[in-house]
Design a protein around this ligand. Sequence first.
Ligand code: HAM
Length: 415
Amino acid sequence: MLQNIRGTKDIFAPEIDKWHFLEQKIDKVTALFGYTELRSPIFEKTEVFSRSIGDNTDIVNKEMYTFIDKGGESVTLRPEMTAALVRSVIQNNLVYDLSSLRLWYLGPFFRYERPQKGRLRQFHQIGAECISSPYPESDAEVIMLSNYLINEFGIEDFSLEINSLGNEISRENYKKALTEYLNKHQDDLSFDSRNRLISNPLRVLDSKDQKDIVITENAPNILEYLDKESRSHFDTVLSILENAGIGYNLQPKLVRGLDYYSHTVFEFKSSALGAQDAFGGGGRYNSLFEQLGGKSTPAVGFAMGVERLILILDSLNKFPKLGGNCDIYIVSSGESTTDYCNEIALKLRNKNYKVLTDLQRRSFKAQMREADKLKAKFCILVGEDELTANTVTIKNLSIGEQVVIKFDLLDTIDF
Ligand code: HAM
C-alpha cells in the first residue's frame, strides 16, 4: 500500500473541525488588529531562504527541501514565511509610504527534521508581520496580537520568553565577549557547539547538550552588552507589555534558530508540549529587506505552529463539542423518488439545514440506521405515496413522532 511521506499527516473529520475552530479565531483576531492576509507560493527560489535565514543555521544546512526543477533552477519548499513574505513585499512594492504594512498568513511549511511529537516535516504556521516601523510600539503590537490569539484559543498556562539581541554594534561586541568566554571552555563543549563557536557563537547558547548548558550558565549576559539605543528600544517594549498586563520572562540565552533577527526576540512555551515546548516565536528583523535586495525597511513578526497549538488545546480539552454533519436525513424508497428528494433537499439546504440523501440504494431500514448513526435530528420519509400526493413524512428521531405535510409547507417548518 502506498503510504504518505514520514512526518506528514492527512487531516480529516473529526480532526478537521479543530482546524476550522482555530481558523475562525485567527480570522477574527487578525481582523481586530487590522492585519490582511497574504497567500504566496509554497516554493521559492532557494536564494530567498539561503540569503536570509543564514548559511550556518540548521534550517539552511540540513532541513530544506531543495531541488533542481526541469528548467535547471534551484527551488525550495518554504521552511518558513518571513523571508518569502519579504520577497513578496519587495516585488509587489507593498511598502510605499510611511504607514505600517500589517500582514498575516496561514499555510504549510516544510523542514526535513526527525519527526516526533509536535515535530513534522510538513507543518503549518499562523503568523503575522508588521512592516516598516522601527519603533518598539510595533514589537509590542505583534506580541499583543499573538497574546490575544493565545487567549482567544483558550490557552491560559503558557510563558512568554523574551530577549534582545540589540543592534549590530551591540551584537558584535557581545559575540566577541562570548567567544572569548567559550574559547576558555572549548575542550568541554559538545562537538556541535565547538563548530558553532567558529560559525555562529550565539547558537551555542541554544544548545540542548547538558555540558553546554552548564558552561553557558556563566557566560556573559547579552543584555549587559546592549548600547543605549538598543537598551532603550527593549525597555520600551517591556514597559508597553507590562502596561498591557502581559507577563514575560527575561531570557538572556534566547537567540532563536534563524540569523535575521536584531533587537527583540521572543518565544511562547507550554509545558503541555514535552520536548518541543515552543509553540511560537518571532522577533525583529531590520536587515532582511536589504539582504533580499530591497530598500532598508524595519520589521517585526511572529509565527505559531498550528499542530503544536492543537496538541496543547487537546491536552487542555479546549475544543468545543461541535455539532454533527447532518440535521435531516432523507430516506427514500428508490430511484423513482430521486428527483423529488433532491427538490426537498434543496429547499431545506436553502434554509441552512444540513441535509443528506442516500446514494447507496439501500433499504428503508438501512437508511434509517444511517440517519441514526449520523445523529440526524429528523428524517424525511419519501415513498411512492408521498410522491403521488406531493407530501413528505417528517419523523422526529428523538421522540419518534411523525407527521405528514404538503411539500409547499416545508418552508414553514422549523426543524
Ligand atoms: P520558528 O521558531 O522557526 O520561527 O517557527 C515558529 C513555530 O513554528 C515554532 O514555534 C513551532 O511551533 C512551529 N514549527 C517549526 N518547525 C516545526 C516542525 N518541524 N513541526 C511542527 N511545528 C514546527 C519562524 O519560522 C519565523 N519565521 C517566525 C517569525 C515570523 N519571525 C519573525 N516573523
